[in-house]
Write a protein that binds this ligand. Sequence first.
Ligand code: FES
Ligand SMILES: [Fe+2]
Length: 429
Amino acid sequence: MVSREVNDLLTQTDKGTPMGELFRQYWIPALLTEELPENDCPPVRVKLLGEKMIAFRDTKGRYGLVEEFCPHRRVSLWFGRNEDCGLRCAYHGWKFDVEGNCVEIPSDPEKDEFRNSIKLVAYPLVKVGDILWTHMGDPATRPPEPAWEFCTVAPEQTVSTKRLQENNWLQALEGGIDSNHVSFLHSHELERDPLFRGSKGNKYNLDDLSPVFELTRSGGGFYIGARRNVEGGKYYWRVTQFVMPYFTMIPPRGDHPQHGHFWVPVDDEHCMTWSYDYHPKRPLTFDERKACLDGKGVHVAVIPDGSFRSIQNKDNDYLIDRAAQKRGETFSGVLGFGMQDASVQESMGPIVDRSRENLVASDMGIAMVRNLLRKSVLELKEKGILPPGREREHQMVRSVSVLLEPDQNYVDACKNEMVADASRARVTV
Ligand code: FES
Ligand SMILES: [Fe+2]
């Protein structure tokens, strides 16, 4: 449970809010590269941290992310013409380049001084992997570009998708670090989904429904260890990586690709759930890639209209199948990992009231991550201390699933294996 004040502190991310300023210390995923597929293609609306923006790719292939509304009379630049190295407003033809500079005012061609005083808010947009990333904070403290392993391996080893989720970013993140719900909400999915089925770890997950959690601080966040009893007196450990403020990597299962999420605030009542699958040692098979793009595994099928809203959504009760639930084919009646998560998280309301919760021992990860977020937000606000997780070394992480003897410490035993190193095999059960 947290107070209403702390709840507000952690869930509000508009410009000028303490959590909003924290998010502005990081590179965040803004678009899939396929959304801007070629030079001079149509511009795309993007909303992040409460700011409405337009992304475009100019004649020379440069990417731009600028505020949405034309400084002349506030028309949306989404209607603009993307031509000859700039975005031209559809109303009276003012034109802007990728850095937000006003390069032409057709009605007043002689007034350079006035034109030079006009500038759109603009943020950088860089391609790393199959994602375009932006940094919306002070350029003076801009961190190095993203170094997550999933977006630095060869293109054939990785795939990313995104979907709009209709609730605050934090309750989505909290689902991502809550390993306990897998044995309930997702229980039937483990052996049905092509990106999960067949691993020994699935059985361990389902045989012990009271995992013991052990969190350890990592450079960028936490190692979230969940321990289950298995045959022979050993422990089955699943270690999720959480890196500040919004990255998770779920432990692998067998030789399946491994996956995780970014939970990116769109505004206080919506977030973009980014999902990736990658294998650090081999290309994804045709079937694995197709399964991800079809919405299997942690991915979700979305309406193909650019909204990234899921086909199963709250307006159709996520296509819940009560008969399948009764027959024991799904735990909740909703099909698919991603929609099972979204349905329960959206059901909490746009911003859950955490002052009315009753946490138990298996919620320890959630409580500790909230504490780290709160501490980091306040240290930034009050002392100007930059938060962890911005450095490349903090992003070079892997999650693991492993069998250990009871007297082994999971961090000591897997120290090297929890670092992303292309020469090293994964540890997975
Ligand atoms: S409103 Fe954009 S040019 Fe007039
Ligand atoms: Fe889940």
